[in-house]
Design a protein around this ligand. Structure first.
Ligand SMILES: [Mg+2]
Length: 124
């Protein structure tokens, strides 16, 4: 297993649209439905020798939200970029995300091009 982009959102529609948008990058995409699911899957991937290249995370999710996910993820990984998917209405959550260790954000509704540009910027 090589580099993996982890897409974390409780909306299956969003997860699938992000995955489709990222097809052209050629980087493998894995989906998680909340922060805890993402932490579990990231551990499985890294235990198997894979590398998380980027996390793209929603904020509002059941079980574990995006802010708590970033805080927990940063305890085990200081450097892998985490880009937050957010809506205009969540401007203050962008600030909370930054404080938790987010690397950038994408405003919903996003274009495929926005996601591809984020991958080009953060995945080396
Ligand atoms: Mg959500």
């Amino acid at each position: 297993m090589g580099k993996v982009i982890m897409v974390i959102d409780d909306s299956p529609t969003i997860r699938v649209s992000v995955e489709i948008a990222l097809k052209s990058t050629g980087v493998e995409v894995k989906q998680a439905e909340n922060g805890q699911d993402a932490l579990d899957k990231i551990k499985e991937i890294t235990d198997a020798g894979g590398e998380i290249a980027l996390c793209i995370s929603d904020i509002n999710m059941p079980v574990m939200n995006g802010i708590d996910f970033i805080k927990e993820f940063r305890k085990v990984d200081k450097f892998t970029p985490v880009v937050v998917l957010t809506t205009e209405a969540e401007k203050e959550t962008i600030q909370k995300g930054k404080e938790a260790g987010a690397s950038g954000w994408i405003i919903k509704p996003f274009q495929a091009e926005d996601l591809v540009n984020v991958v080009k910027r953060f995945v080396k």
